[in-house]
Design a protein around this ligand. Structure first.
Ligand SMILES: CC(C)(COP(=O)(O)OP(=O)(O)OC[C@H]1O[C@@H](n2cnc3c(N)ncnc32)[C@H](O)[C@@H]1OP(=O)(O)O)[C@@H](O)C(=O)NCCC(=O)NCCS
Length: 168
């Protein structure tokens, strides 16, 4: 059951150290077994630096949300509108201690609701991240095609998934 007092709101600059901490912890828990600790540390230090997260806050048309229980930031998501009006989910992470109790579902719904004009939602998921693939399937996403994470040979394949949001 989703915890009582769950608050979902836009991330603010003051939240970024906590968001970074959440991302580093959840990335290690999720990807160390796939990429190895060292590579995960490299990626998460680069992508989730306070500078990068701060730049994301400034970007027009981008949704960057956090979920809180009390003072604790327990989940974060981000998404943006693509040229074809698709809502692209760029991040969805729930702290390990809070996974499996409905927070991912709630945060995903709130995130997609920020794009009422989008006919479709898309996302990219690591092809070996089976729990996440199962989660997205439960949320109505289907496999669209295979993609590659960032073109690096030492980075495994990702899958593109998509979900129709409303019939045009
Ligand atoms: C994937 C993730 C966002 C899901 O959020 P969550 O809060 O744990 O999931 P919820 O409790 O909202 O679950 C919603 C549904 O998905 C299913 N689900 C969630 N995690 C699952 C898992 N590990 N295995 C199987 N099913 C799962 C639940 O059973 C539930 O289905 P139901 O209620 O229809 O039976 C979260 O577990 C997470 O942050 N994981 C690590 C990071 C990650 O992989 N993020 C995605 C990167 S693309």
């Amino acid at each position: 059951m989703t915890p009582k007092g769950l608050i979902i709101r836009d991330a603010l600059a003051a939240d970024l150290p906590a968001v970074r901490g959440l991302l580093v912890e959840t990335w290690h828990a999720t990807y160390d077994g796939i990429y190895g600790w060292q590579r995960v540390a490299e990626i998460t230090n680069a992508w989730h630096s306070l500078e990068n997260l701060g730049a994301q806050l400034e970007r027009e048309g981008e949704t960057f949300l956090i979920a809180l229980v009390g003072e604790e930031v327990i989940a974060t998501s981000s998404a943006r509108l693509e040229r074809d009006r698709a809502a692209l989910l760029t991040r969805l992470y729930v702290l390990p201690a809070y996974q499996g109790i409905g927070i991912g579902r709630t945060l995903l719904q709130v995130t997609l609701a920020c794009f009422p004009q989008a006919p479709v939602a898309r996302l990219e998921v690591e092809s070996q991240n089976e729990p996440a693939i199962t989660f997205y399937e439960r949320m109505g996403f289907f496999l669209q095609r295979q993609a590659r994470f960032d073109g690096r040979e030492d980075t495994p394949n990702t899958l593109m998934m998509a979900k129709r949001l409303f019939a045009e």
